[in-house]
Ligand binder design. Structure first.
Ligand code: CO8
Length: 260
């Protein structure tokens, strides 16, 4: 398969694994081949000890314009139930333990917006546009959108987006807390890579524990979450890197993490 036919492209920059969605003619509409390849690339980078953080990006026009409507149009209930649509391959990203950053330019719609929401952080270019327009198809945001969006931006704004298909521009998305930073389009990849490289330079097990603990805040009561956090804090004292980090601070030198 030549590069043009590969649904995702991968590249390694230092300790950062970069995955580029690559169906530009279809605005990166997400079909089975693409989601299989994305899941495979994510899990490969996740198991590579030389990688500390992962970036997912698209093209200048679209991060991804949603699930591939042409592929889905004639599916039946049995097709999607027996094929375990979404759960089977879209959710590989939930198994990734390293930080995943979405670098979004242009359209992030439907499943594309949901994919960005499943990442740990979203960096948006000025051109980024976010929408869950499934209602226009008499569908619903079924790749986590109805669950992750209200947790990310609250019920009022989530209902607005899900019920009316309203599109947010990058500035609105920033104001609502959907994205963590807005940057000029021509700096999107460089700025995201700089951020990902900085993150990837920290102690990998500490990053993984923090990601797990923050995600737990979404899925447990406060007291359960605090208990989990406290146990993880105690466990940090078993980490070589934590001792190195604290001693390096006291010696006024840069830490040398072994990712242990
Ligand atoms: N699926 C398939 N093809 C697509 C998709 C898509 N989601 N989006 C764009 N394309 C294709 C177009 O058909 C077009 O192909 P062609 O050149 O062969 O005609 C090409 O990409 C370029 O698109 P446009 O000409 O439409 O480009 P515009 O700049 O005029 O418009 C838009 C860009 C606004 C993004 C427009 O393409 C659009 O509205 N796309 C559909 C967006 C959408 O509805 N997304 C949600 C899909 S449903 C979904 O994601 C649910 C996911 C999880 C749950 C599953 C249950 C449904």
């Amino acid at each position: 398969m030549n590069e043009q036919q590969q649904p995702v492209l991968t590249d390694i920059r230092g300790r950062v694994g970069v995955i580029t969605l690559n169906r530009p003619q279809q605005l990166n509409a997400l079909n089975d081949a693409l989601m299989d390849a994305l899941g495979e690339a994510l899990l490969r980078f996740d198991s590579d000890a030389a990688i500390g953080a992962i970036v997912i990006t698209g093209s200048a026009k679209a991060f991804a314009a949603g699930a591939d409507i042409a592929a889905m149009a004639d599916w039946t209930y049995m097709d999607v139930y027996q094929g375990d649509f979404i759960t089977r391959n879209w959710e590989a990203i939930r198994r990734v333990r390293k930080p995943v950053i979405a670098a979004v330019a242009g359209f992030a719609m439907g499943g594309g917006c949901e994919l960005a929401l499943a990442c740990d952080r979203i960096i948006a270019a000025e051109s980024a546009k976010f929408a869950l327009p499934e209602i226009k198809l008499a569908m619903l945001p079924g790749a986590g959108g109805t669950q992750r969006l209200p947790r990310a931006i609250g019920k009022a704004k989530a209902m607005d987006m899900c019920l009316s298909a309203r599109m947010l521009d990058a500035r609105e998305a920033d104001r609502y807390g959907l994205v963590s930073r807005v940057v000029p389009d021509d700096q999107l990849l460089d700025d995201t890579l700089a951020l990902a490289s900085r993150i990837a330079g920290y102690s990998l097990p500490a990053l993984m524990v923090i990601k797990e603990a923050v995600n737990r805040a979404w899925e447990s009561s406060l007291s359960e979450g605090i208990l989990y956090e406290r146990r993880e804090l105690h466990a940090r004292f078993a980490s070589e890197d934590a001792h190195e980090g604290m001693h390096a601070f006291l010696s006024k030198r840069q830490p040398k993490f072994k990712h242990r």
